[in-house]
Design a protein around this ligand. Structure first.
Ligand code: NZQ
Ligand code: ZN
Length: 392
């Protein structure tokens, strides 16, 4: 077991009508002006934005607004948001939406209180010394950004997608009403479930030093996500299943499922960020498309944990060697992705990278990871290219 630091300062208000508390939550922060930050229109169409504005009006909270965040959120809008925050003396950013709106809000928050170019943080050149407080009204269960320390931004010049993690970026509060996810297209719901599952898998497949209580929590979380993802495939309006997935999303990426292990593997995420950075696909679908190739490349180096996962999470009961059972667990996971209409290869994701693009993605991934990534198996640039090739 490794020593760990577990920090989850986010106040969570969960359940039906949770967004009615937004005014009081902002009041509690003692701030003057708020920037409401959102995406490309779903929160306008659902009427959520109007309800939020009227609850701020009721509490006499002043606000500016900035919409237009797109999936794989762009640096250019972050710069625009930073200017706006400075001009309007914004003291808190309220992200209304999914991971992209939240991540963009965090980036704006860093840029508003730190001198210099905010991209430096994402580029690994320096560390932020603060962030404007972030509040969240979550409309998509997926990234866990509502409680996580991470923010992932895409710089259009060169299509470089990079993450930055800092405790300063952890939201002060998150309002989570599972009903707000009822308007999601089925595809986005499934992408979210894949991402949630993967945030715990990344922490689970590590080499050594693991903690029994963490494994048990992780395995229960993964089983719950798999079961409820299937319920939502057949019954997208099921509130209970929406709620299970929403809370699993937060717990999967707030650090809980990694306490005591050695920090996680994260290769699938790093490999995926290069795919969505270049091809602009949904993050969860990109993860599902690459995971099988990564798992087959890796499992022999982390056999005990792939075996444990196969038995405890995927319910593999057949007789066989650890190697055979582990492979059955990988196959069962891919079958689960297919069952919820997620891709299990790049061609199923409808992208067909050339050898040149594969080498480019591998090179960018190696650059983003200072040369290597992975705990279950350490990958260098040639391994990354091999995995992209076998995921075709
Ligand atoms: O922009 P709008 O119009 O709101 O539409 C969005 C978007 O098109 C739509 N949507 C969201 N809520 C909806 C809805 N449509 C109907 N009804 C609703 N209730 O869904 C689409 C996808 O939204 P987005 O926010 O992009 O999805 P997601 O939450 O999956 O976020 C993905 C981004 O987060 C990053 C990913 O790489 C990607 O850039 N990640 C962030 C992490 C973090 N901060 O901790 C960790 C993750 O591993 C991930 O890398
Ligand atoms: Zn993710």
């Amino acid at each position: 077991m490794f020593n760990f630091h577990y920090f989850t300062p986010t106040e969570v208000v969960f359940g039906r009508n949770a967004e009615n508390h937004i005014g009081e939550l902002i009041k509690k922060q003692g701030v003057g002006k708020v920037l409401i930050h959102y995406g490309s229109g779903s929160v306008v169409r659902s009427g959520l934005l109007d309800r939020i504005k009227s609850s701020l009006d009721d509490e006499n909270i002043a606000y500016a607004e900035l919409g237009g965040v797109v999936p794989n959120p762009r640096l250019s809008l972050v710069y625009k948001g930073i200017e706006l925050c400075k001009k309007e003396n914004v003291e808190l950013i309220l992200a209304v939406g999914g991971g992209s709106a939240i991540d963009s809000a965090k980036a704006i928050g860093y840029g508003a209180v730190n001198e210099g170019d905010v991209w430096d943080f994402y580029d690994g050149k320096r560390k932020a010394t603060g962030c404007l407080p972030i509040g969240v009204v979550l409309t998509l269960s997926a990234t866990g950004s509502e409680m996580s320390d991470s923010s992932v931004i895409t710089k259009e010049e060169g299509w470089i997608k990079r993450g930055y993690s800092s405790d300063f970026g952890r939201p002060a509060f998150a309002v989570m009403n599972p009903e707000l996810t009822l308007t999601l297209p089925d595809y986005q719901t499934a992408c979210g479930c894949a991402d949630i599952l993967m945030h715990t898998m990344e922490r689970y497949f590590t080499s050594g030093g693991n903690m029994e209580i963490t494994d048990s929590i992780a395995e229960a979380l993964m089983r719950t996500v798999i079961a409820n993802a299937k319920i939502l495939r057949d019954d997208p309006k099921n509130y209970e299943a929406r709620a299970e997935i929403m809370w699993a999303g937060s717990l999967s990426h707030n650090g809980l499922t990694g306490c005591g292990n050695n920090g996680g593997d994260w290769a699938t995420h790093k490999l995926e960020h290069e795919i969505s950075g270049i091809f602009d696909v949904a993050h969860g679908a990109g993860l599902a498309a690459i995971w099988g190739a990564w798992a087959r490349y890796t499992y022999k180096n982390c056999l005990d944990r792939f075996y444990k996962y196969a038995v405890n999470v995927m319910g593999i009961k057949e007789e066989g060697s650890k190697d055979e059972i582990s492979l059955s667990g990988i196959k069962a996971t891919e079958n689960f992705f297919r069952e919820i209409n997620m891709p299990t290869s790049l061609s199923e994701l409808q992208i067909y990278p050339t050898e040149e693009q594969i080498l480019l993605m591998a090179n960018k991934c190696a650059l983003a990871t200072n040369g290597s990534v992975g705990s279950a198996r350490k990958l260098v640039e040639s391994d990354m290219a091999a995995i992209y090739r076998s995921a075709k």
